[in-house]
Design a protein around this ligand. Structure first.
Ligand code: TXA
Ligand code: MG
Length: 317
């Protein structure tokens, strides 16, 4: 198992040596390495069992540092960074040549994110390079929102997990890029669409394209727990699956059934987002055959929560 601790110096020494370290962020935990070192990045793909066509995003302490790795920052990207960095937003921008092709999976763009987490900000400021970091889970599985989640799945493959507590947002970052002048959302996430639109106006939504997955986070079957998950009206589904051992994943209602996890009794979408991934992990530990889940309201973070539920419910072939 990996060592779990809060020592930035230990993390820095490993990263400087081209090793991997799991890092906390406000969205989910990342599996990090020196983003300028292709050899280190190759280890990420191996440890996650991630296909090399799936690009990594890089993490920087602020917009000024981002400019070292991208060749241009369009006006709307600058506005977004000024308003929402540090925070749960990844900007896809034209990359500079120093970003290895392996990191960008051969694309001429790179995703850049500035995480809003004290420990990771301190670490980033202590380094002379950005950190490439996908979510710290095996490819296709639910993202980790706690150090123990990372240890459970990747602990035997990495040396150190920087423990920054539970992720306060609990959903991956919202990813936005620019096609010509048009802002395009590639992944719904921890920054609500309404907030983005308030700053730059209308955006195009392209979070679903299994024929041409620009971002494999767009693949329909992603973010999946191991136990099958169905979504819909919980009472109807309970009736329909009578006889099966199922768990109930509810937004705020108590369905008087065990096992049951209520995402937010007060009906808060932020609380629901924070609890979603650990709820899916808890169900995976239980002796059940099916997870019965309901969608949450389609506003604010609800869009991203529903997106993850939809993808989790697509059975892998
Ligand atoms: O919140 C997050 O974004 C977390 C934390 C650790 O920062 N990271 C994360 O990374 O979720 P990952 O690799 O699990 O998801 C990033 C997504 C992938 O689906 C990838 O395909 C997409 O971003 N992506 C990366 N570079 C891209 C690019 N140049 N254009 C379009 N999509 C890109
Ligand atoms: Mg991921």
């Amino acid at each position: 198992m990996a060592e779990i601790g809060t020592d930035i110096t230990t993390a820095k020494l490993l990263l400087d040596a081209g090793e991997l370290v799991a890092i906390p962020t406000e969205t989910v935990y990342g599996l990090a390495c020196n983003a300028l070192d292709a050899g280190a990045a190759a280890k990420i793909f191996a440890v996650k069992n991630r296909p090399e066509f799936d690009p990594l995003i890089i993490h920087v302490p602020d917009l000024q540092h981002a400019r070292l790795y991208v060749s241009a920052v369009p006006e709307k990207a600058k506005l977004l960074a000024e308003n929402f960095w540090p925070g749960p937003l990844t900007l896809v921008l034209q990359k500079r040549a120093l970003i290895p092709d392996l990191v960008s999976a051969g694309l001429d763009t790179v995703g850049v994110r500035c995480p809003d987490h004290l420990l990771t900000q301190k670490l980033l400021r202590a380094l002379t390079y950005p950190l490439a970091a996908p979510s710290a889970n095996p490819f296709g599985y639910v993202s980790p929102t706690a150090a123990t989640h990372v240890n459970d799945q990747l602990g035997s493959k990495i040396d150190y997990i920087l423990d920054g507590g539970a992720s306060t947002i609990g959903l991956e970052s919202t990813i936005i890029g620019f096609e010509g002048d048009v802002p395009v959302v590639y992944r719904l996430g921890g920054l609500a669409l309404e907030q983005i639109q308030n700053v730059i106006g209308e955006v195009t939504l392209m979070p679903h394209s299994s024929s041409n997955p620009r971002a494999p986070g767009q693949l329909k079957s992603h973010y999946s727990p191991a136990i099958p998950l169905v979504t819909g009206d919980i009472k109807m589904l309970m009736h329909q699956h009578h006889g099966l051992r199922f768990g109930i994943l509810s937004f705020k209602h108590d369905y008087n059934s065990t096992p049951q996890i209520i995402l937010s009794e007060s009906g808060s979408l932020h609380e629901a987002a924070r609890n979603l991934f650990s709820a899916l992990r808890q169900f995976d530990e239980m002796d059940i055959e099916l997870i019965i889940a309901e969608y949450v309201p389609d506003t604010g973070l609800g869009l991203a929560i529903n997106d993850r539920l939809r993808r989790a419910s697509t059975r892998r072939s």
